[in-house]
Design a binder for this molecule. Structure first.
Ligand code: HEM
Length: 534
């Protein structure tokens, strides 16, 4: 940066007045009025009271008072960058999405990485899931792939989301701990929620303390659908694979880095991009049809399951390059509004109950956080393709309909029209069944893939998982919660369970947790489900 000498004078109190001259712009109010003195408020007499007539002072303080918006209810701490997505080959056989038609074509993109549990001011290297949210500004509207760096999730049904998040956030009476999973409420919930076991193995692994955003994978998690021009559907799972490979830090490094530099990850991304070292990821897909899906013991609609790459290899279909930091953090990274429901024609949803719930949640939360239904008017959220509709007015409307017409059908020959050929047609999947609140039995195996993940790790990685579990559970004050967790671990891997149990000083090992979830009728007040007295 260059430091300029500027014309300046001193006021009566010695305060510095830098004066506009030559090409220097004149400071104005938000209304555009030129400002004579930005150092002194208007007073009745040099030592007298401040006058309410001072519109410059009132506007300046008013605006400052309103600078904060609510932080995201989850993923509050994040860091974003601009870039592009480039398609490698035409995927027309699978999808009619325009973004996947022409090899070599580049589409602008914005990515926000985040931690889930901590507040906006928390540290970067918390043991946590990382958000990996990608907005691709396609010619058919924005496509948001709102993913994480872990391919599965804690829960199978979106109705449990408030519970899992409440349990991981600070406890409501004491408002701590801030950004760690190490506390009774979290482990209480997890120990009572067997479906979270696969996710827990990933969260206790080195994946949850990445060296930087540049060395992380990203996953769309859910099974989505591709739909081609003939309205044929193929299931698809999305994976981002970093060109730099995967790297994590060790826990003792993470603890030191958090103390020395809580901004470690954002500083890394900033420095890499500013020095022209643009991070890059390949987009891989796993493509499969219903017959293939039916061969698994688990359900491809269950977001706590992966489709192993040994069974179904991934295929690279494009790349994502981040090459520009936002000019302003707030304008882009804070105001960006990701929504799973933003999909272009040719990309569609599956019946994954977590995805279905997310499709409601994100629109709702953006209105709360950004405060106006016109959040799509903000440059970071506006499509970069032509768009026209009859939505109008509301707070901060910047794009009202032009001319006489704000409805349709109309007789004036003005305004946009529907297009049955180009428009989004929801995939006409066959749906039927009684209206019930029941989890399918195909969602009931919570341990096989947790085990698969554990045994796929190298011995040092397995040691890290055991150490992480021991450390985290040693912070838990309530013995029965520790025991319940060890019971789950014994079912995942007996050696792991015993190792953690011994390290926690359990006198006797609990019985391994039941493999299958008891049905509703079978539930009795067994000791494992008893209420803990405070
Ligand atoms: C925010 C991913 C499940 C509600 C986010 C963000 C990511 C993400 C990456 C941050 C977006 C950003 O950077 O601005 C995921 C993944 C999930 C999941 C991968 C499961 C596979 C859910 C569920 C719900 C939910 C089940 C609710 C039912 C929210 C909300 C936000 C959020 C309310 C805050 C959005 C904002 O204020 O901008 N999620 N999420 N998420 N998510 Fe999720």
């Amino acid at each position: 940066a260059t430091v300029h000498d500027q014309k300046a004078t001193r006021g009566n109190g010695g305060e510095l007045h830098q004066i506009a001259e030559g090409d220097t712009p004149v400071l104005t109010t938000a209304q555009g009025g030129p400002v004579a003195d930005d150092q002194n408020s208007l007073r009745a007499g040099e030592r007298g009271p401040t006058l309410i007539e001072d519109f410059h002072f009132r506007e300046k303080i008013f605006h400052f008072d309103h600078e904060r918006i609510p932080e995201r209810v989850v993923h509050a701490r994040g860091y974003g960058a601009h870039g592009f997505f480039e398609t490698y080959e035409s995927l027309a056989a699978y999808t009619r999405a325009d973004v996947f038609q022409r090899p070599g074509e580049r589409t602008p993109a914005f990515v926000r990485f985040s931690t889930v549990a901590g507040s906006k001011g928390s540290f970067d290297l918390a043991r946590d899931v990382r958000g990996f949210a990608v907005k691709i500004y396609t010619k058919e509207g924005n496509w948001d792939l709102v993913g994480n760096n872990i391919p599965v999730f804690f829960i199978q049904d979106a109705i449990k989301f408030p519970d899992v998040i409440h349990s991981v956030k600070p406890e409501p009476d004491r408002e701590f701990p801030q950004a760690q999973s190490a506390h009774d409420n979290f482990w209480d919930f997890i120990s009572l929620t067997p479906e979270s076991m696969h996710m827990i193995m990933w969260v206790m692994s080195d994946r949850a303390i990445p060296r930087s955003f540049r060395f992380m994978e990203g996953f769309g998690v859910h099974s989505f659908r591709f739909v081609n021009a003939k309205d044929e559907s193929t299931f698809v799972k999305f994976h981002w694979k970093p060109k730099l490979g995967l790297q994590s830090v060790a826990w003792n490094e993470a603890v030191k880095i958090n103390g020395a530099d809580p901004d470690f990850h954002r500083r890394d991304l900033w420095q890499a991009i500013q020095s022209g070292n643009f991070p890059e990821w390949d987009l891989h897909v796993q493509l499969f049809d219903q017959d293939f899906a039916d061969k698994f013991d688990f359900d491809i609609l269950d977001p706590t399951k992966i489709i192993p790459e040994e069974v179904l290899p991934t295929k690279p279909v494009g790349r994502l390059v981040l090459d520009r930091m936002p000019d302003n953090f707030f304008a882009d990274t804070e105001q960006v509004a990701f929504m799973t429901q933003n999909v272009p024609p040719g990309i569609d949803f599956s019946d994954d109950p977590l995805l279905q719930g997310r499709n409601f949640s994100y629109l709702d939360t953006q209105l709360k956080r950004l405060g106006s239904p016109n959040f799509t008017h903000l440059p970071i959220n506006a499509p970069k393709c032509p768009f026209q509709h009859f939505q109008q007015d509301g707070h901060m409307a910047m794009r009202n309909p032009v001319g006489r017409v704000n409805y349709q059908p109309n007789s004036w020959g003005e305004g946009p029209r529907e297009s049955p050929t180009k428009g989004f047609r929801h995939f006409a999947s066959q749906e039927q069944g009684p209206k019930v609140r029941i989890r399918a039995e195909s969602f009931a195996d919570h341990y096989s893939q947790a085990r698969l993940f554990f045994i796929s790790q190298t011995p040092p990685e397995q040691r890290h998982i055991a150490d992480a579990l021991t450390f985290e559970l040693s912070k838990v004050q309530t013995p029965v919660i520790r025991e319940r967790m060890v019971a789950h671990l014994l079912n995942i891997d007996e050696t792991l369970g015993k190792k953690v149990g011994h390290a926690l000083g359990l006198q006797t090992m609990p019985k391994p947790a039941e493999a299958a979830v008891p049905t509703r009728q079978d539930l009795d007040p067994s000791p494992a489900l008893s209420i803990i007295e405070r």
